[in-house]
Design a protein around this ligand. Structure first.
Ligand code: G3I
Length: 442
């Protein structure tokens, strides 16, 4: 069901590449009665996400809430530089892949976080400077974005590069000292490695029109004017008991530059928590290019803000008053996200469209069997197949794959040989045909 009526059936949007607001000639429709955060947000084309920590994927209460409520995921730490490149040139995607596979298996998409940041750098990078560090950053972005190419919704390409209390200037860091162009180099490098991911700048203390947010606003305006690829700006929104009165106006001024805006790390402490959550959600819902919200954890006990109880579920996984006020604000509706919103502005592969996959039986041997899968509706698919215990994957053809032993799911993507691919399953006595868990058009 849609919550919007389009005027005369017409929706007018302005191209993502232009420095102008995307305008949808739409009117809010009647409120809905969605019963989960993700479903309610989806009614206006938005998502509702959470940060996920790989160490909690064995916690059934945590995973139960995750799978029920959220349709977008950010790895809380697992895709950061220290996690993905612990030694220079040696990459480890195990935990990031686990989070991605769990999300995709649940029909969610992933915001990558974060490619270049002054914090959580591996020790070897912390000690570098100049061209050696710049080259290391470029290589890191290239490698990591290539590993996840076509599989992520967005990347936080650069995180927290602006200073607090410096009149809108940059933060001093080893990356900043490699030259003021390090941010645009990071964005151009990310675009080249993964043309399909939305590329975001992400920061905190940007919750209203202030010197810091204005410094970022000026950078985004400059990037759009010069064709530096940037698609979105993330507002972390770590708040304490209140939100600035110009929060929505601040989101809107960025959206008017021709980028998506997203609430990326929302958590709110204090006795006014439920009201402030509702206010933040209403602000996003009122801005057509505010494409979604992410809370920074599920239960209060999962939060980095120890003892502040800033999240939507209590330590036992029960819904708090802030959950209810958030859900109600989502269900109150708002303008839908424009269809073209946030599309990468250049050299993007075809995206969107429907995706379906059918499985048929292939050759069977005494210990293994083949299944053949035909995908229709898109050339840029991600298919997740579920195996049955105690099966495991042996190999695939016409596809690349990752296997998650914990969920016994295989995530497959095209390797350039078309839309019919196959899998050889080690049966271990069970010859049940794999089932399609999801088919996603990238
Ligand atoms: O995993 C190790 C553990 O083995 C070790 O015993 C323990 C001892 O300190 O540390 C553990 O790692 C910690 C990690 O979280 C996982 O819990 C790190 O010390 C700790 O620094 C790290 O904190 C993360 C923080 O970023 C680091 O900057 C938080 O989880 C994470 O929520 C937080 O997220 C950031 C966003 O990326 C950017 N915006 C701000 C936000 C909140 O600070």
């Amino acid at each position: 069901m849609t919550k919007l009526r389009r005027l005369g059936g017409l929706a007018l949007t302005v191209g993502a590449g232009s420095v102008a607001a995307a305008v949808a000639l739409t009117l809010p429709g009647p409120a809905s009665a969605g019963t989960t955060l993700g479903a309610s947000a989806a009614e206006t084309g938005r998502y509702f996400g959470t940060a996920v920590s790989v160490g909690k994927l064995g916690d059934s209460t945590y995973v139960g809430i995750l799978n029920r409520e959220f349709n977008r995921v950010t790895a809380e730490n697992e895709m950061k530089w220290d996690a993905t490149e612990p030694s220079q040139g040696s990459f480890n995607y195990a935990n990031g892949d686990r989070i991605l596979n769990q999300a995709v298996g649940n029909g969610s998409r992933v915001r990558g976080h974060a490619l270049a940041w002054h914090n959580q750098q591996p020790g070897w990078a912390q000690g570098m400077s100049g061209s050696a560090l710049r080259n290391a950053m470029v290589n890191h972005i290239t490698q990591v974005a290539t590993h996840y190419r076509g599989r992520l919704y967005a990347w936080d390409v650069v995180n927290e590069a602006f200073a607090d209390g410096n009149g809108g200037g940059r933060r001093d860091s080893n990356l900043q000292r490699t030259g003021n162009d390090w941010i645009e180099v990071a964005f151009r490098t990310a675009r080249a490695a993964d043309p399909g991911a939305k590329l975001c700048y992400n920061d905190y203390n940007t919750d209203g029109v202030n010197a810091k947010s204005t410094g970022i606003y000026n950078m985004v305006a400059d990037f759009k004017a010069r064709g530096v690829p940037i698609d979105c700006v993330g507002f972390q929104s770590h708040l304490t008991n209140s939100v600035p009165g110009d929060y929505q106006a601040n989101l809107q001024r960025f959206a008017n530059l021709g980028v998506d805006v997203q609430i990326t790390e929302l958590d709110i402490s204090g006795s006014n928590q439920a009201n402030v959550y509702a206010s933040v959600v209403r602000s996003c819902m009122a801005v057509a290019r505010c494409t979604g919200l992410t809370v920074w954890g599920i239960r209060d006990s999962d939060s980095w803000r120890t003892g502040q109880n800033p999240l939507l579920f209590d330590n036992n996984g029960n819904k708090k008053a802030a959950y209810t006020s958030t859900l109600n604000a989502l269900n109150a509706g708002g303008p839908t996200v424009p269809p073209s919103s946030g599309s990468p502005s250049s050299s993007s592969p075809p995206s969107g469209g429907t995706c379906s996959a059918t499985v048929r039986d292939g050759t069977r041997w005494s210990d293994r069997f083949n299944s053949e899968v035909t995908v229709s509706g898109t050339n840029t698919w991600t298919v997740v197949l579920a195996l049955t215990s105690p099966q495991t994957v042996s190999s695939t053809w016409n596809s690349t794959y990752t296997y998650d032993a914990a969920t016994r799911t295989v995530t497959l993507r095209p390797n350039g040989n078309g839309n019919v691919f196959g899998i050889t399953v080690l049966a271990n006595g069970n010859f049940t045909r794999p089932t399609v868990r999801s088919c996603t058009a990238a």
